[in-house]
Design a protein around this ligand. Structure first.
Ligand code: HEM
Length: 472
């Protein structure tokens, strides 16, 4: 039996199939036409709905409760399936792609890199990199905000990953490589692997960028190991963190770690690539969408300016706290609700089981969508409106668990969530303190632009005019 037939036959008979499913293509035409509109149409058919992506069938959870059950039970609903196979080609067995059996150990080893005590150090690097990129803008210049935020997010990750280990030419090559790999990876998620073999320039570029990024990381790991110094960056934590139980040491030896080290070189490379891919586009999109939405709301822009002027007031980042930026924080939260970067999270049932009242057979692919839940009108009144004040304590209504999940839920929840929120809040505040961004004539003025079809909820190019707020 073929894989797709096996999957089809394993789907529960109580799960309704969404209309508009074509032979062979499944719902690809609807997804290509408007993937997010398609997601939003699904709750009308039930709490679990069957959809098809090409010959692959999956079951979409349309309620917070089924999402909670699915994401919490990470042994029964494990990472796996065709989308993860594609992701593993580039991220290896890193934390996002590894199965349940390998995850606990990895998470424990990587978590210290994101400990809250490290955040002030990372925030200083973030502030520097934001200044570096925005410092090159000229008063009145039209910039593509989506592209500029991609630069900021990639520079921040590279420098927090390995401080100043990269000379500027290598940094610039790595920025290009990240861009090529992120874009190429997004396309590959929707294309059959056979197409990778075609001798196309895009395939060659992608393979070259992927190999060069790995080799850059590998070179830095070798240098760091040789110097034995803690550089206060993410890579130093990955290199120095240690196993503490005998069982873990056994795993470590089995995976060929050097004696006393907990993550082997290959594992560290996988984690570093995972951070770069998981943390660049998602955070860049969030900041870009936030700037775009603020630019379309002059009253909100004014309130934001008042807040950042009074909090930042020309002082260094060390003198104020991110929590002082209340409105800025609400804008980021609302942006993550309206445009959560991850529109689709998938899992595979490892055994015959149930989800809610539905029987689920082993091998079924389950899908969960922050975007779908964040746009349900029974959870959020006027769900398509951008309203940061819906998060004010007096207006914030009690939401069920998983009604808001831009960073996922359960043990596989994003490890970089506070890092990402800090980065997005800082970028929005710092940019707003110095620049007023006006929608340029083009797609970012007038009607709200639609996200493009990608692995994340990605904005199209967002041309905006950068006007310096204080002329020197
Ligand atoms: C706005 C920015 C971000 C968003 C919305 C986001 C979202 C997510 C989501 C939804 C997951 C769970 C995936 C799943 O359940 O299948 C995840 C996992 C993960 N994210 Fe993020 N992420 C962001 C930024 C970052 C950053 C900056 C980093 C690292 C520097 C990062 C590293 C990771 C890693 C390593 C995992 C896997 C966690 C695990 O399985 O234990 N993310 N992220």
């Amino acid at each position: 039996m073929t894989r797709s037939r096996r999957q089809r036959s394993s789907l529960s008979s109580t799960v309704v199939r969404a209309p508009g499913c074509w032979p062979l293509l499944g719902h690809i035409p609807a997804i290509l036409n408007d993937h997010l509109g398609f997601l939003n149409s699904l709750p009308a058919y039930g709490d679990l709905v069957q959809i098809g992506i090409g010959p692959m069938r999956m079951v979409m959870a349309c309620t917070p409760e089924l999402t909670r059950q699915g994401l919490l039970n990470d042994a029964t609903f494990d990472k796996g399936g065709p989308i993860f196979d594609r992701a593993r080609e580039v991220m290896g067995n890193g934390m996002i792609t590894c199965p349940h059996s390998a995850h606990r150990r990895q998470r424990r080893l990587v978590q210290p890199a994101f400990h809250h005590t490290r955040l002030p150090g990372y925030a200083a690097v973030m502030a520097e990199q934001i200044t570096e990129v925005t410092g090159a803008w000229h008063d009145g210049q039209t910039i593509d905000v989506a592209n500029e935020m991609q630069k900021i997010a990639a520079r921040i990750l590279l420098t927090t990953l390995y401080t100043d280990a990269l000379p500027s030419a290598a940094l610039s090559a790595s920025l290009d490589d990240i861009n090529t790999v992120v874009t190429g990876f997004a396309k590959r998620m929707f294309l059959p692997p056979i197409l990778d073999q075609l001798p196309l320039p895009s395939n060659r570029r992608y393979q070259k960028a992927r190999a060069r990024l790995r080799s850059t990381i590998s070179g830095i790991i070798t240098r760091y190991r040789a110097s034995g110094t803690d550089h206060g960056d993410l890579l130093s934590v990955l290199l120095t963190t240690r196993e503490d139980s005998a069982a873990d040491e056994a795993t470590s030896r089995a995976e060929h770690c050097e004696p006393g080290l907990c993550l082997a070189n290959r594992e560290i490379q996988d984690q570093a690539i995972t951070f770069l891919l998981a943390g660049t586009e998602s955070t860049a999109n969030t900041i870009a969408w936030a700037l775009y939405l603020v630019a379309r709301n002059p009253d909100l822009q004014q309130r934001l300016n008042t807040e950042v002027d009074s909090v930042l007031a020309g002082s260094a980042a060390a003198h104020w706290q991110l929590s002082d930026l209340q409105l800025t924080g609400r804008i980021i939260t609302e942006t993550l609700r309206l445009y959560p970067p991850n529109w689709l999270l998938t899992r595979v049932a490892t055994t015959d089981t149930t989800l809610g009242a539905h029987a689920i057979s082993a091998g079924t692919t389950l899908a969960f969508s922050p975007y779908l839940l964040h746009h349900r009108s029974n959870l959020y009144p006027a769900p398509d409106d951008f309203d940061p004040d819906r998060w004010l304590p007096q207006r914030r209504k009690t939401l069920p668990t998983c009604a808001f999940l831009p960073f996922g839920h359960g043990t596989r929840k994003c490890v970089g969530d506070t890092f990402a929120v800090a980065e997005a809040t800082l970028a929005l505040a710092q940019i707003s303190a110095h620049w007023r961004l006006l929608p340029a004539v083009g797609p970012s003025s007038g009607r709200l632009v639609r996200p493009v079809l990608s692995a994340t909820v990605k904005p199209p190019p967002l041309p905006m005019i950068a006007v310096r707020r204080y002329k020197s």
